[in-house]
Design a protein around this ligand. Structure first.
Ligand code: PLP
Length: 398
């Protein structure tokens, strides 16, 4: 028997599998609400004007592509710190944050996970129930035992905060808690600043390690508003991890632009932490790619381009909110007699619609409307042309 003959077929990625099914569907009215991607009102993936302008600048002064430093472009890492912690914040100016460029938000999570595994091999990891589907797999593959804390409250269409906080308060010291900083994926429900204060209190009193996943900064209520939770953690005097993704906020999915930041107790500690993060990177892929991070650094560090980005990001955020309101209206107009106001209380790209697996299956097979079996739909893929059809289809499967 050869080495490879015993290799088992791995299961298909559930969401990418949906995409393949969608591509093969011949229904001309089909709508893909499965993937977590923002489309504009024309149904197109946007190429942001600020990105085009930065690329234009880069083309006008072309540079040879040497290797980047292991931790990436310095101006990029600085810009990430500014966005996450505030450029003038004492933790940034005091050198207490170790930031590395990463291959998307996923890369930031993985570098953090590998580093934590070296530091604390027996720690348990807790993710929300439910969570972004890759959290469990990523931390499991990094060698951790992954459990969950309650999050979604299906009955009340909201958050089971009592369950969440009780689990955190009972967690063993050193437990790594993965928290969605804003725009929770998949449910769309975020906890309030008062509830964050309780989470922070539990993290502090139990001696937990907070790992904030910030994949949607700017998609909830604004860049600063969505980042406010970071300040709450800083104010509590905690050390913590933050992964950043620009996939959505810059519509740069394929460029794989992200970061990991670790807030440390001192500048000296941050220097030691950075040296270890660099070993994780060096032994995985040596150093990061140049293009996407250069684009983001150029935009964030050029005042006119940054203003352009903030406006374009606000445009995406506002359009999603409009689609939430419109979906509720269209469902009511289609004759759905249910209180669906929860859809407008959710944040970010997704909505846990409350639809069941059989209903989601019927939406796919009878109407070509593709969402995830959990009932998750991507509101950012709705537009003025497909929303009526989606609402009418949902009405028919209820
Ligand atoms: N974390 C969450 C919660 C996400 O939803 C996603 C992407 O969907 C990521 C991380 C990964 O982002 P990236 O595509 O930049 O790796």
């Amino acid at each position: 028997m050869s080495l490879l003959s015993a290799v088992e077929m791995a299961p298909r990625d559930p969401i990418l599998g949906l995409n393949e099914q969608f591509a093969a569907d011949t229904n001309p009215a089909k709508v893909n609400l499965g993937v977590g991607v923002y489309y504009d009102d024309e149904g197109k993936l946007p190429l942001l004007k600020c990105v085009r302008a930065a690329e234009q600048q880069m083309m006008e002064a072309p540079k040879a592509r040497g290797y980047l430093p292991i931790d990436g472009i310095a101006a990029y890492d600085k810009a990430v710190q500014g966005l996450v912690f505030g450029a003038d914040s004492a933790v940034v100016t005091g050198g207490r944050v170790a930031t590395v460029q990463a291959i998307g938000g996923t890369g930031g999570l993985k570098i953090g996970a590998d580093f934590l595994k070296r530091l604390s091999p027996d720690a348990q990891v807790l993710i929300s129930d439910p969570s972004w589907e890759n959290h469990r797999a990523l931390f499991t593959n990094a060698g951790f035992n992954v459990g969950t804390y309650p999050y979604y409250d299906a009955e009340n269409k909201g958050i089971n905060f009592a369950g969440m906080i009780a689990t955190l308060r009972a967690a063993a010291p050193g437990t790594v808690v993965v928290l969605h900083a804003c725009c929770h994926n998949p449910t769309g429900y975020d906890i309030t600043p008062e509830q964050w204060a309780q989470v922070i209190d539990a993290v502090k009193s139990q001696g937990l390690v907070a790992f904030l996943d910030m994949a949607y900064q700017g998609f909830g209520n604004g860049i600063a508003e969505d980042g406010a939770v970071i300040q709450q953690f800083v104010d509590a005097g905690l050390d913590f991890f933050v992964s950043t993704s620009f996939s959505k906020s810059f519509s740069l999915y394929g460029e794989r632009v992200g970061a990991l930041s670790v807030l440390c107790a001192s500048k000296e500690e941050a220097t030691r932490v950075l040296s270890q993060l660099k070993i994780v990177i060096r032994t995985n892929y040596s150093n990061p790619p140049t293009h996407g991070a250069q684009v983001v650094a150029t935009v964030l560090n050029t005042p006119e381009l940054r203003a352009m980005w903030e406006e374009e990001l606000a445009g995406m955020r506002v359009r999603i909110k409009q689609m939430r309101v419109a979906l509720v209206e269209k469902l009511a107009a289609a004759g759905v007699d249910l209180d669906l106001s929860f859809i407008t209380r959710q944040q970010g790209m997704f909505s846990y619609s409350g639809l069941t697996k059989p209903q989601m299956e019927r939406l796919r097979s009878e109407f070509g409307v593709y969402g995830v079996d959990s009932g998750r739909i991507c509101v950012a893929a709705l537009n003025s042309r497909n929303i009526e059809y989606v609402a009418a289809s949902i009405k028919k499967v209820l």
